[in-house]
Design a binder for this molecule. Structure first.
Ligand code: NAP
Length: 332
């Protein structure tokens, strides 16, 4: 089969010919139709990710058709259109992942290939209203957004919600989910053009985070936030604490800006804030997220599609950060 295999760190990605994986009794073989990029694929390529094993087929997100089933797998899965839950070995505690938890695409071979083998428990039926490309854009970002917004922060209809960095894959899905919940949804972004596009989705107001007074403008427009979903960290965090209403919840799933160098702890306790860490999600949350997407007929936004053999061009676009939503690979 054809696959994008990372053999050395910092290597340019190219297509190579490799063996089709052999399945175990509890596994299935999925003939992939589309895969999607996540920032994590870039971190792995650059060697800035835990647990890297080389050579590796990158890719956590995929959609396709089940072509072979193991002897312990129900025959109803054969020939089904599916999307794959990339969250492997979450374990028995719904609150936190087990020690052997991993995400598809490192250290196990992922979805930038014509075939992937996975445990049948990670299969979910592809939502019928989504194309294979749109479905591939959903799993990792959708799961992360759903757990952070719905399960951890508990965002409710009518609440004021702020999503930072709305151009990102996770952030844009969190924005779409918040709008579907009936939240008064606000965003930040590096780009006024990206903000303009989110306004068309139903966002009330957006601020460009590189401009002075972005936080003051947001405060003036919104009156403050019940829920904030953040992947920036760094010095932005202190401003988010200011923007939160008393008893507000801040859920964090990334740290693009790095460590906290500023902030006044007393503001967190005096305002009775909940600061919530969130990473990926468990199997039940994945199924709930898919049901939510079906219920609200949510369509993930695909910024651009590339054929599999142009994976490096696709990752270069993500590295520049010019995208709004997901970058997808179509698989021949
Ligand atoms: N914990 C988890 O389970 C989990 C899951 C997925 C991702 N992540 C992490 O979350 C981050 C985003 O991942 P992704 O795959 O969604 O990435 P992505 O699609 O490549 O998007 C990058 C994001 O960074 C934002 N950004 C860049 N500089 C920023 C700043 N100074 N302030 C605020 N936002 C800034 C961008 O916003 P604009 O484009 O709007 O400027 C965009 O949202 C990465 O660090 C990733 O490792 C964590």
């Amino acid at each position: 089969m054809k696959a994008i295999v990372l053999e050395q760190l910092n290597q340019q990605l190219g297509l190579i010919e490799t063996d089709i994986p052999q399945i175990e009794p509890h596994e299935v073989l999925v003939r992939l139709k589309a895969a999607a990029l996540n920032h994590r694929d870039l971190w792995i390529q650059k060697g800035q990710y835990a647990g890297i094993r080389l050579p590796i087929i990158l890719g956590a997100d995929g959609s396709g058709i089940v072509e072979q089933i193991g002897t312990h797998v129900g025959s109803n899965w054969l020939n089904k259109a599916v999307i794959i839950n990339p969250s492997m070995n979450w374990g028995s505690d719904p609150r936190v992942q087990a020690k052997d938890y991993v995400i598809l695409g490192t250290p196990h071979n992922g979805t930038f290939a014509q075939y992937v083998k996975i445990d049948a428990r990670l299969l979910n039926e592809k939502p019928e209203h989504l194309s294979f490309e749109e479905a591939a854009a959903l799993p990792l970002a959708g799961l992360t957004a759903y757990r952070a917004l719905v399960k951890r922060a508990g965002a409710k209809n009518g609440e004021n919600v702020l999503i930072t960095g709305a151009g990102g894959g996770v952030a844009l899905l969190a924005t779409q989910f918040a709008i579907a919940l009936g939240c008064q949804t606000y965003v930040t972004s590096s780009s006024s053009n990206k903000i303009a596009q989110t306004l068309k989705l139903g966002v009330k107001y957006g601020a460009v985070y590189n401009e002075p007074d972005w936080d003051k403008n947001l405060k003036q427009q919104s009156g403050g936030f019940d829920v904030i979903i953040d992947s920036s960290g760094g010095d932005t965090f202190a401003k988010l604490v200011d923007l939160a209403k008393p008893a507000g919840r801040i859920a964090m799933y990334g740290a693009t800006q790095g460590v906290f160098n500023s902030g006044i702890p007393a503001k967190i306790f005096w305002k009775q804030l909940d600061i919530l860490g969130s990473t990926m999600g468990n199997d039940e949350e994945f199924a709930e997220m898919i049901a939510f997407v079906n219920q609200h007929q949510i369509v993930p936004i695909v910024h651009q599609s590339f054929p599999l053999n142009q994976a490096q061009q696709a990752i270069d676009v993500m590295a520049k950060g010019e995208q709004l939503g997901k970058i997808v690979l179509t698989i021949p």
